[in-house]
Design a protein around this ligand. Structure first.
Ligand SMILES: C[S@@+](CC[C@H](N)C(=O)[O-])C[C@H]1O[C@@H](n2cnc3c(N)ncnc32)[C@H](O)[C@@H]1O
Length: 162
C-alpha cells in the first residue's frame, strides 16, 4: 500500500496519534465520498431484512464522520435514536448541525462497553475497521458490539428459517 498523502501542516488541525488514515479535512472528504460510492453500489443503508420501527435505536461504532448515520436519519422516524461512536471526535459533525435524534460520543470499541449502552440497540453497525483491528483479531470488537444489541436483535441475527 502506498504512503498516505501528506497534508500541509496548516490544513491539519489534528495531531498525529498514529492512526494511519489520519483525520484531517481530506481524510473526512474521502470517507464521505467512499460512503456515497458504497451506497450507490450496495443500493441500501440498512439491509432490507432488518425491520424498521418507529422507536428504532441504531448505533454506529467507529463512525468516523458519521455520514452513514446522518444519511440513515433521513429514512427513520423522528422518534428514532441514532448514536455514533468513535475513539476520536475529530471528524464528528458540529453538534449544532445535527437533527435531535442524532448524537455522537467518544467510545473506544476495544474497551468495556459502559453499562448504559448494554442491550440498548436494535442495530449495531461497524464498517471499515480492518486497519484498526489489532493483530487481525476482531474478537474483542465483536463481543462488545454484540453486548450493545438488544435481546430481540440477537435473535434476529440467527440465520433465517427458509
Ligand atoms: C476507516 S475509518 C471508518 C469510518 C466509518 N466507519 C466509515 O465507514 O466511513 C475508521 C474509524 O475507526 C476509528 N477508530 C479507530 N480505533 C478505534 C477504536 N478503538 N474505537 C472506536 N473507533 C476507533 C477511527 O477514528 C476512524 O474514524
Amino acid at each position: 500500500m502506498s504512503e498516505p498523502q501528506k497534508v500541509p501542516e496548516e490544513y491539519s488541525h489534528v495531531p498525529d496519534d498514529g492512526y494511519i488514515l489520519q483525520r484531517h479535512y481530506a481524510a473526512s472528504a474521502r470517507l464521505n465520498l467512499q460512503h456515497h460510492l458504497y451506497r450507490q453500489s450496495i443500493g441500501y443503508l440498512l439491509h432490507p431484512c432488518i425491520p424498521i420501527n418507529e422507536h428504532m435505536k441504531v448505533a454506529d461504532i467507529a463512525c468516523g464522520t458519521g455520514i452513514w448515520l446522518l444519511d440513515l436519519a433521513d429514512q427513520l422516524d423522528t422518534n428514532a435514536t441514532l448514536d455514533g461512536f468513535d475513539i476520536s471526535a475529530d471528524q464528528f459533525p458540529h453538534a449544532s448541525t445535527l437533527p435531535p435524534k442524532v448524537r455522537f460520543s467518544v467510545l473506544d470499541g476495544t474497551k468495556e462497553i459502559p453499562e448504559e449502552l448494554v442491550g440498548k440497540y436494535d442495530v449495531v453497525r461497524v464498517s471499515l475497521i480492518v486497519l484498526v483491528v489489532k493483530d487481525g483479531e476482531p474478537g474483542g470488537w465483536i463481543e462488545n458490539l454484540m453486548r450493545m444489541l438488544s435481546m430481540l436483535s440477537t435473535t434476529f441475527l440467527e440465520p433465517p428459517q427458509i
